[in-house]
Write a protein that binds this ligand. Structure first.
Ligand SMILES: [Zn+2]
Length: 415
């Protein structure tokens, strides 16, 4: 009886608390734009729709669009961005590392053009932003600020002139490497060669400081992170990385770098990719890849080389015996809390990697789900000011500081 009484009292109270969290999140996001550091929709539009914006209606739900085998359902569209109270999005103009040289510059420009066309096509919802002040103004006007982030140093083809023109064309961050080393910086997922930055790599960072383009250290090796922190006069960002202490994946940020970030003023924008969030998923993925190799890695190894049906059946059996570990929204919250604990509340943000990841944590399936994550943090005791910092104030502060550094450096030097 007592238990029933408790339930009767508790349920409405819990529901009221949930309503209260939702209301508080909405209030915070009226004043502070929620800024996401990394979304790969532009490449998906290039791949799936040949960059033809008439072929995809972003004003409608894209989640139910037909997909090909191995493709994930799209995680982004305008109704879901609105439901998620997104205030600003850094659209990635990623290109594959296989694309190098002049071709890399051309494809990057095409992707930048695509972001601008996407923004222009939906003028009631998007507006291009090139500064922290732009983000605030556009958010105040109840639109979503669209920004451009370059995701690999190979995209400037070793040329500071190209870097400068990319800035002039609107790019506001550049990730120093993608998955392989550049001739001037080491990637986290390649064999170390430079052990940080070469002298030219330092020049790239200095020129980015002068221009006012944020230095993005997602994807780079810890040595490159250290070298860039030493070289940069402006705050740096990690546009889409999580905490290595919770999941020892090379794409995540080690604790010593997190500690160094406080002095730099930078921000780690937490990635939602299941393999970067969950150590169990990370290990499962590695085990599965090894198993796949064991069954079929022509021409010399593999139990079932030349027997694709048998290799497929063997992998299916492995899958049945080893279900993929589930990754939850609460684990993303754990990464956020770890970064807060080690680097400080002023150095954590959001960088989902939506539409660049094969799947997303349960509860964080698309761009409409940010409020659920913020509510989870409120449930853990975060106050409204903390939530505002995570959602956007930290990135705005880092960006505005980088702009001030640029102003100072531009007075001192001229090209
Ligand atoms: Zn990435």
């Amino acid at each position: 009886m007592l238990r029933i009484l408790c339930l009767m009292l508790c349920l409405p109270l819990c529901a009221a608390a949930a309503d209260d969290y939702r209301h508080r999140v909405e209030q915070v996001l009226v004043h502070t734009p929620l800024i996401d550091g990394h979304n790969d929709l532009p490449w998906e539009i290039r791949e799936r729709f040949k960059s033809d914006l008439a072929a995809i209606d972003l004003a409608a739900d894209t989640h139910h669009l037909p997909v090909e085998a191995g493709q994930a359902a799209l995680m982004t569209d305008i109704p879901r961005l609105r439901a998620g109270h997104v205030g600003a999005q850094f659209w990635s103009v990623w290109i594959p590392v296989e694309t190098q040289g002049f071709q890399a510059v051309q494809v990057t420009l095409e992707q930048m053009d695509l972001v601008k066309r996407m923004s222009a096509r939906y003028p009631a919802d998007f507006a291009m932003a090139y500064s922290a002040a732009d983000i605030r103004r556009i958010h105040d006007g109840r639109k979503i600020a669209s920004l451009i982030g370059i995701e690999g140093g190979h995209q400037i083809n070793g040329s500071l002139a190209v870097l400068r023109q990319m800035y002039d064309a609107g790019a506001r961050y550049m990730t120093l490497t993608h998955t392989t080393n550049t001739p001037w910086a080491d990637s986290a997922t390649d064999t170390p060669v430079h052990h940080g930055l070469t002298p030219f790599g330092v020049e790239v960072v200095q020129e980015m400081n002068r221009l006012g383009m944020l230095v993005d250290l997602s994807h780079v090796s810890p040595e490159t992170m250290q070298a860039a922190l030493a070289a940069s006069q402006a705050p740096v960002i990690f546009s889409h990385s999580s905490a290595r202490a919770l999941d020892d994946h090379p794409r995540n940020v080690p604790d010593d770098i997190l500690r160094a970030l406080a002095a730099n003023g930078g921000v780690v924008m937490v990635n939602f990719a299941p393999a970067y969030v969950s150590a169990a998923r990370n290990h499962w993925q590695a085990d599965r890849a090894a198993e796949q190799t064991r069954f079929n890695s022509p021409p010399f190894a593999g139990l079932y080389i030349g027997q694709p049906d048998r290799a497929k059946a063997a992998l299916a059996q492995w899958d049945a015996q080893h279900p993929q570990p589930v990754t939850l929204l609460a684990q993303v919250a754990d990464h956020i809390e770890h970064i807060r604990q080690v680097a400080g509340i002023d150095h954590v943000g959001l960088g989902s990697d939506f539409d660049g990841i094969p799947d997303a944590p349960v509860g964080l399936e698309g761009v409409d789900r940010y409020p659920a994550l913020l509510e989870e943090l409120m449930r853990r005791g975060w106050n409204d000011a903390d939530i505002a910092k995570l959602a956007g104030e930290n990135l705005l502060r880092a960006m505005a500081t980088a702009e001030q550094v640029s102003l100072k450096l531009r007075v001192r030097t001229s090209h």
